[in-house]
Design a protein around this ligand. Structure first.
Ligand SMILES: Nc1nc2c(c(=O)[nH]1)N[C@H]1C(S)=C(S)[C@@H](COP(=O)(O)O)O[C@H]1N2
Ligand SMILES: [Mo]
Length: 425
């Protein structure tokens, strides 16, 4: 390609990114690849989206479309609307899987990507701890495993601390849509650690993302990274390259992400570029200042770093939904827990005065939700609240309220969903 063509091509790609070029018959993915190769989109940089109407807020750095019927955009994140899950199957379709980005989605190239393992936990002794690298194809050639697991943000349900309990908390005001369940395929992290020569006295691992460094409160906290105990890594952690039978989408960690079943979403590092393997305990802002519980009910240094998610339930409609009196309505929803499968779900259609069991449509399975339904025949018009309450196989039942913490993590109480019953016409 001549120099002039090169310059022109870059301008053309810029225009495409700005929504000023047409590209019928060419996939967005292919154009993004071109833009990345041309340096129009930095390999791990901010990803512009096609220009939106002038009156819409600036879109976050998320690649996939975020139609308002599927998502509620919150800053750099996109929350799944629960109404959009009604009728979908056991797995959350990628087009409606929530996105939680500290900065923005990097568009990486699998062929030039590699995963580097390094640190004092690798064989060779101090100073001799040579990094070990795996390419995308190397990982693809190793024995694969498949796991159905939800990824849920530790802050899922956070807004209910405020709206339901009057607590002041900081962070993204999620309702209950910061969860999705996918079928992940990849390589066991234990296998990669074995090949890399991890020593038995390894204490912590620290996977780190290739997305931009995160600046918070004026401080650059570096790349997103969080220590992971070696024992958990050996147990069930997966380096995933497929989601629901397809290569990982850009927004969910392409080419490879960490999947840590049952644990807080932050453990599931996307776009992983390296993993420190350490014989000493590791710290990052993500296991010190964040992802511990702080507040009146906790010690001054906070709780231990967060691990398992709580038990939660959600209905597949949006708060404020309207139902017509004198008709039968099938209420549907899902419940999940980070400590086992779901054994029982109860529903209340009178703001918690009375409860009845819901029908469970899935067997209890660890780190996966169960779908359920209950029929409701409202007779009186007016406002009411619908509630769902789950019990997991470890015997944990959702409480009436959650002990607050400053950053609003791990909400687990029963949520009151206001709805309106309309008079029969
Ligand atoms: N590299 C990187 N990994 C990350 C994050 C991030 O911003 N950067 N966000 C984390 C958080 S807080 C959550 S809840 C999950 C969200 O995963 P999803 O966007 O695929 O739904 O990714 C985690 N992994
Ligand atoms: Mo999160």
């Amino acid at each position: 390609m001549s120099v002039e063509e090169h310059v022109y091509d870059r301008r053309r790609l810029h225009q495409w990114l700005a929504g000023q070029a047409r590209a019928e018959g060419v996939s967005r993915r292919d154009l993004l690849r071109l833009a990345t190769a041309a340096g129009v989109v930095a390999a791990a940089g901010t990803l512009p989206r096609p220009a939106a109407a002038a009156d819409t807020p600036p879109p976050p750095g998320i690649v996939k479309p975020l139609p308002p019927e599927l998502f509620t955009v919150r800053g750099t994140n996109a929350e799944t609307n629960w109404s959009a899950l009604r009728g979908t199957g056991y797995l959350t379709p990628v087009d409606r899987f929530f996105v939680r980005n500290h900065t923005s989605t990097p568009v990486l190239d699998a062929d030039s990507w590699s995963l580097k393992l390094w640190g004092s936990g690798l064989r060779g002794g101090p100073g001799l701890d040579r990094p070990v690298e795996f390419g995308y194809r190397d990982l693809r050639r190793l024995p694969s495993v498949t796991v159905d697991s939800f990824v849920e943000c530790a802050g899922n349900g956070r807004s209910y601390y405020t709206t339901q309990q009057g607590d002041t908390v900081s962070g993204t005001a999620w309702t209950l849509g910061a969860i999705g369940q996918a079928r992940w395929r990849g390589v066991r992290l234990a296998e990669v650690l074995r090949l890399a020569g991890a020593r038995p006295h390894t204490v912590d691992l620290q996977p780190r993302g290739l997305d931009d460094e995160w600046v918070s409160g004026g401080a650059n906290l570096g790349h997103v990274r969080r220590p992971l105990p070696y024992a958990k890594a050996l147990d069930d952690v997966v380096l995933a390259y497929e989601m629901n039978g397809r290569p990982l989408p850009y927004d969910h960690g392409f080419p490879v992400r960490v999947v840590v079943p049952d644990w807080v979403g932050i453990a599931n590092i996307k776009w992983v570029g390296d993993i420190e393997v350490s014989a000493e305990p590791l710290y990052s802002p993500w296991n010190t200042d964040f992802y511990r519980l702080f507040g009146a009910a906790y010690p001054p240094g906070g709780s231990d770093p967060l691990t398992r998610q709580t038990v939660k339930s959600a209905f597949e409609f949006q708060d404020g939904a309207a139902f017509t009196a004198g008709r039968s309505h099938r209420l549907t929803g899902r419940s999940w827990s980070g400590a086992g499968g779901i054994r029982r779900v109860e529903v209340s259609t009178d703001a918690g005065a009375t409860w009845r069991p819901a029908r469970l449509h899935d067997e209890p399975r660890p780190h996966a939700w169960s779908r359920w339904s209950a029929d409701w025949h409202p007779t009186a018009a007016g406002p009411t609240a619908l509630l769902a309450r789950a019990t997991d196989t470890a015997g944990r039942r959702q409480p009436d309220s959650s002990t607050p913490n400053d950053q609003g993590y791990l909400f687990g109480a029963v949520v009151h969903h206001p709805v309106t019953v309309l008079a029969a016409s």
